[in-house]
Design a protein around this ligand. Structure first.
Ligand SMILES: C[S@@+](CC[C@H](N)C(=O)[O-])C[C@H]1O[C@@H](n2cnc3c(N)ncnc32)[C@H](O)[C@@H]1O
Length: 167
């Protein structure tokens, strides 16, 4: 099958909605198993170590001057970007969101002063708290697992476009 840009295709025998739901479930289960195994640490969000996690933050935060700006950290996990920003003296308004309520509950307990929401970036909703200056995401597309390659590619493309699988 030839893939046309901007189109979503169904896997044989499976609609795109259920296909995407299955990918998201696999992804969420994967990260929650890491959290259960390693707790609040870079390993708990599947990074090899603090240095590699922070190197990614450093590069991503180079998107612009974040000082005084509002940023949305999509797939924030345990909110470790909040610590990175504080350690580097960046004074900005932070809001983090993650599909996993287990991640968000832990992040909220650890950082009660920061704003966190349970949200799926593919839900196609735009609440007020999503109106920000910068959107940052680190590691959102890391877990393909055993998912079909083409289905995974469509999923990632929909994420990048901020597109709901329901449309
Ligand atoms: C590799 S972890 C990175 C966590 C954090 N960004 C960090 O670097 O410490 C990826 C996170 O993306 C979240 N995630 C995966 N799919 C998502 C979706 N559709 N919407 C929101 N978050 C999602 C996972 O639950 C997980 O916490």
């Amino acid at each position: 099958m030839k893939l046309l840009p901007g189109r979503l295709y169904d896997s044989p025998g499976m609609g795109k909605t259920s296909m995407f739901r299955e990918i998201k479930t696999v992804c969420q289960d994967y990260y929650e198993s890491k959290l259960e195994q390693y707790g609040d640490s870079p390993h708990g969000v599947d990074w090899a170590d603090t240095d590699s996690q922070r190197l990614r933050f450093q590069i991503l935060c180079g998107v612009g001057s974040l000082e005084g700006k509002k940023i949305h950290d999509v797939g924030c996990g345990l909110g470790h970007l909040v610590d990175f920003l504080a350690d580097n003296g960046v004074d900005c308004e932070y809001v983090g969101s993650d599909i996993s309520s287990k991640m968000i509950n832990k992040a909220k307990r650890r950082l009660p002063e920061a704003q966190f929401h349970v949200a799926d970036i593919l839900d196609n909703t735009a609440p007020d708290w999503m109106k920000v200056d910068y959107v940052i995401t680190s590691g959102l597309f890391n877990v393909k697992a055993d998912n079909d390659r083409q289905a995974w590619q469509q999923f990632v493309e929909a994420m990048v476009r901020g597109e709901s699988p329901l449309i």
